[in-house]
Ligand binder design. Structure first.
Ligand SMILES: NC(=O)C1=CN([C@@H]2O[C@H](COP(=O)(O)OP(=O)(O)OC[C@H]3O[C@@H](n4cnc5c(N)ncnc54)[C@H](OP(=O)(O)O)[C@@H]3O)[C@@H](O)[C@H]2O)C=CC1
Ligand SMILES: CC(=O)N[C@@H](CCC(=O)OP(=O)(O)O)C(=O)O
Length: 326
C-alpha cells in the first residue's frame, strides 16, 4: 500500500485525484493539504464537495510540521497547485526522497529557458528539472517508472498529443492546426470574472500565445497552431485537428498508425466516427475519431477527454500506478 499526500486538495484536480486514490486498493491517502493561510483549512473535503461525503479527510494547512509528517509517512506527493507553488514544493519533496507527481506546468519543459516566457518565472530548480519526465502515460511508461519526478501533462496537450503522436512520421512540414474547446473547470476553482456564469460564452482565447502551444510542439517534435476555446459546459475537452500528411499516404497507413492504441485500455480510436465530450466526462478515457482524404492528403482527427480526469487527475493516477508497478 502506497501512502500519498495530496497538496491543493480543495481545488478541482486535487479533489478529483483524492477521490481516485481513495478508491484504489493499492493506494491510501496520507492527508489533504491547502496553503497555510487557506480559508478552507480545517474544513472537511466533503463540506466543499458533498459528492465526496464518503471521504473522511479534513483539509490541513501545509505548515513546516505538516511537510515533515508527509515526508515521514508518504511514498509520494501529488501537487495539484499552481505552477509557481509547484516549482518550489516539487523540488523540496523530491530532495526529501519522495516521488512527486506534479499537475502543474512547472516541470513540463526540459529547457529552463522556456519558463520566463510561458510561466513568468526563472526556473530555480535545474537539478530536479533534469530528472523530470513528461507523464503522458501511454507514451512514456518506461521513463515514468524510472524517475521520481513526474510532470503530468496539461489538459489540451494530452488531448492533442494522443491524437497527433501516432501520425507524427506521416506529417508534412506544414503545421497541424488544433482547435480545442474546454469546459470551465479547466480554469480551476478560484473565482474569476471571465469564468463566472454570466460571462462564459463560446470564444477563442490565448490566440497565438497560449503556453500549451509550446508544450504540444515540444512533446510532438513539430510546430503546431493551437487555438483554445472556452465552452459553456463544466467538464471535458474536444480538440479537432487538421493535419496534412505526406503525398501518397494511404488510409490503410493511417489506420495502421492508430492501431498503436489497440492494446490501450483507455484510448479508443474510431475511423469515420467522431467523439463526443459527454462520452468521456467522468471517465479516464480518451476517444479519438479520424477521417482521411487520400486525394488532398488532409487528415481530420478529433480527440475528447475529461480535462479533470485524463487531462489531470486520472492521468496522474496512471503515472502513480506505472511508477509503483501497481
Ligand atoms: N483544471 C484543470 O482542468 C487542469 C489543471 N491543471 C493544473 O493543476 C493545478 C491545479 O489546478 P486546479 O485544480 O484547476 O486549481 P484550483 O485553483 O482549483 O486549486 C488550487 C489548489 O491549490 C491550493 N493552494 C494554493 N496555494 C497553495 C500553497 N501555497 N500551498 C498549498 N496549496 C495551495 C488551493 O487552496 P488554497 O488557495 O485554499 O490554499 C487549491 O486547493 C494547476 O497547476 C493547473 O494548471 C492541469 C491540468 C488540467
Ligand atoms: C479553460 C482553461 O482555462 N483551461 C486552462 C488549462 C488548464 C490546464 O491544463 O492546466 P495547466 O496550466 O496545468 O497546463 C488554461 O487555458 O489555462
Amino acid at each position: 500500500m502506497k501512502n500519498i499526500a495530496i497538496i491543493g486538495a480543495s481545488g478541482y484536480t486535487g479533489a478529483q485525484i483524492t477521490a481516485l486514490i481513495e478508491n484504489d486498493p493499492g493506494l491510501s491517502v496520507q492527508g489533504l493539504y491547502v496553503s497555510e493561510n487557506s480559508l478552507d483549512k480545517g474544513k472537511a473535503l466533503a463540506d466543499l464537495y458533498p459528492v465526496y461525503q464518503h471521504i473522511p479527510y479534513v483539509l490541513q494547512p501545509l505548515t513546516a510540521a505538516a511537510k515533515a509528517q508527509i515526508v515521514a509517512e508518504s511514498a509520494a506527493v501529488v501537487l495539484a497547485t499552481e505552477h509557481a507553488v509547484s516549482l518550489e514544493l516539487a523540488a523540496w519533496f523530491y530532495q526529501q526522497g519522495l516521488s512527486v507527481f506534479d499537475l502543474s506546468g512547472a516541470y513540463r519543459f526540459a529547457d529552463a529557458a522556456q519558463y520566463p516566457k510561458w510561466y513568468g518565472f526563472e526556473h530555480t530548480q535545474p537539478e530536479v528539472l533534469a530528472q523530470a519526465v513528461y507523464g503522458l502515460a501511454e507514451w512514456n511508461a518506461d521513463k515514468i517508472a524510472a524517475t521520481r519526478m513526474i510532470a503530468v501533462p496539461g489538459c489540451y496537450p494530452t488531448a492533442s498529443l494522443l491524437a497527433l503522436k501516432p501520425v507524427k512520421s506521416l506529417l508534412t512540414a506544414n503545421w497541424p492546426v488544433i482547435n480545442a474547446v474546454s469546459g470551465v473547470t479547466g480554469a480551476g476553482r478560484k473565482a474569476q470574472l471571465h469564468t463566472s456564469f454570466c460571462e462564459v460564452s463560446l470564444t477563442p482565447y490565448g490566440v497565438l500565445g497560449h503556453r500549451h502551444q509550446p508544450e504540444i510542439a515540444t512533446h510532438l517534435g513539430q510546430q503546431v497552431i493551437f487555438t483554445p476555446h472556452l465552452g459553456n459546459f463544466k467538464r471535458g475537452i474536444l480538440a479537432t485537428i487538421t493535419a496534412q500528411l505526406q503525398p501518397g499516404t494511404t488510409t490503410e497507413q493511417v489506420a495502421q498508425a492508430y492501431s498503436i492504441y489497440d492494446d490501450s485500455p483507455l484510448v479508443k480510436v474510431n475511423h469515420n466516427r467522431f467523439p463526443k465530450v459527454d462520452d468521456v466526462v467522468l471517465t479516464p478515457n480518451c476517444h479519438i475519431g479520424w477521417k482521411f482524404d487520400e486525394a488532398s492528403g488532409y487528415l481530420v482527427v478529433a480527440s475528447a477527454i475529461d480535462n479533470l480526469m485524463k487531462g489531470a487527475a486520472s492521468q496522474a493516477l496512471q503515472c502513480i500506478k506505472i511508477h509503483f508497478n501497481l
